[in-house]
Design a protein around this ligand. Structure first.
Ligand code: AMP
Length: 431
């Protein structure tokens, strides 16, 4: 027996009955993002591996365990730049956007680049519900000298919240925290080391390693024993400079004035190296263990770190699969209905109906028909199946009387229009 193929583990097919909801989600997102002044950017799905290692952080789980490298083996001979592992599928969006921002010198073109992206990301994770190897994100990055403002932080956070609300996700919590400036982060790391110094032996082996290499990651550990130790830490914010505290106070005041509810969580640090100042996460408990719908934060040093000018930036990414799991999908406005399903009965009617089908389509009326010469009943069943708004019926009898029958499928009423008067037919189908 021949082997049949299935999609790779941790990926999925989005079938036609699901694509309408994906398209609706994307177009609703685009509308809101444009409404906030963000423009779409599209970057390659793979980049130099080093870009991710330098931005996300060499010690991050993403770089250590989840990068999907492109193998040299089997590569075309002209693709000499592909050495094993030198290119990787993108695990997240920020690094690529910053690379593009620097490469195209956007800093010279505008003081603030307000960018968004929608597309697939790839991580070699152990698949489970809500955790895939290919998943999709809607993300935002606001980069440039003009990004250095608490009000922009509030705008970006509010945008992430309002996207979720717009998609009909209601039961989520916004958690926020501040890590302070890059200098404050050094103090913060020292503070944590000091608080945990006599507990190191009680931490899990991963966290014992994190204690020395990147102590912030320890706060994300899911191990129960580590969690207990972490929750005993008293965060007095003494590691933050006055400037960083003032900055954070204005972010919170701006969120308050917008009526955006949040919970402050001093343990929230996010797993990636590049964050400074505000970090935030959107969680929904009904999703189970993979409960993060999205997350983001400020990254004031990354552009310079990757060879660009010293400009500030902030962004977030929302996971689309998890949004679909958490949303009440009625809030996503589907636009997948056909305006008209054309039913033809008899050879002569078929020819006329075929002509009519194309006339409707060229007048921006979405229309379809079946060419298999089925009975009226079977064609009506098809019209129902594709959820057509109207059925346009043309049989021998209608041709003899010079009319077309139009049936409104929502209201169930039926009308006739003259066969030669396509304008009248279109008015009917548009109302
Ligand atoms: P992160 O960059 O890990 O904070 O990811 C941002 C958002 O993307 C998360 O909150 C999830 O909603 C989504 N996400 C991240 N990794 C995965 C994954 N492996 N499968 C599905 N969604 C994911």
């Amino acid at each position: 027996m021949k082997k049949s193929f299935v999609f790779p583990r941790g990926t999925s097919d989005i079938l036609p009955e699901e694509t309408s909801i994906w398209c609706a989600l994307e177009s609703q997102a685009r509308k809101l993002l444009r409404n906030y002044g963000y423009c779409e950017i599209r970057t390659p799905l793979f980049e130099e591996t080093n870009l991710f290692a330098r931005s996300v952080g060499q010690t991050s789980d993403i770089v250590q365990k989840q990068m999907l490298n492109l193998a040299a083996q089997g590569a075309q001979t002209d693709a000499e730049d592909i050495q094993s592992g030198s290119l990787s599928l993108r695990p997240e969006g920020t690094a690529s956007i910053v690379r593009s921002y620097i490469q195209h010198n956007l800093a010279r073109k505008e003081k603030l680049s307000k960018l968004f992206y929608i597309g697939p990301m790839f991580r070699g994770e152990r698949p489970q519900k809500g955790r895939l190897r290919q998943f999709h994100q809607i993300g935002v990055e606001a980069i440039g000298a003009g990004s250095a403002s608490s009000y922009l932080d509030a705008e970006v956070i509010a945008l992430s919240v309002n996207l979720l609300k717009d998609f009909g996700v209601t039961d989520f919590v916004l958690k926020i925290n501040t890590l302070g400036s890059i200098e404050d982060k050094v103090q913060f790391a020292e503070y944590l080391k000091d608080k945990l110094s006599d507990q190191v032996d009680h931490l899990c082996p991963d966290c014992q390693n994190r204690y020395g290499r990147n102590i912030f990651r320890l706060l994300d550990c899911k191990n129960k024993a580590c969690q207990k130790i972490i929750h005993q830490i008293e965060f007095d914010f003494s590691y933050l400079s006055q400037e960083s505290r003032d900055y954070y106070t204005v972010v919170k005041a701006a969120l308050d004035i917008l009526g955006i509810a949040y919970q402050e969580d001093p343990c929230l640090v996010r797993g990636l190296d590049y964050y400074t100042h505000v970090v935030f996460e959107l969680c929904c408990d009904k999703l189970g263990s993979q409960n993060a719908l999205g997350a983001g934060g400020r990254y004031n040093c990354l552009v310079e770190q990757l060879g660009g000018p010293q400009v500030d930036a902030i962004g977030f990414a929302l996971g689309m699969e998890r949004i679909l799991l958490a949303s009440s999908q009625e809030s996503i406005q589907l636009n997948d209905r056909l305006d008209a399903f054309v039913v033809a009965l008899g050879d002569e009617a078929f020819l006329k109906a075929f002509q009519l089908l194309f006339a409707l389509r060229s007048n921006q009326i979405s229309a379809d028909m079946r060419f298999s010469g089925d009975s009226l009943k079977s064609q009506m069943r098809q019209a129902n199946k594709v959820n057509a708004r109207n059925v346009v019926i043309l049989g021998q009898e209608e041709i003899e009387r010079g009319v077309i029958v139009v049936k409104n499928m929502d209201e169930g009423n039926q009308d006739e229009v003259p066969l030669e008067d396509i304008q009248q037919l279109m008015i009917k189908l548009r109302t």
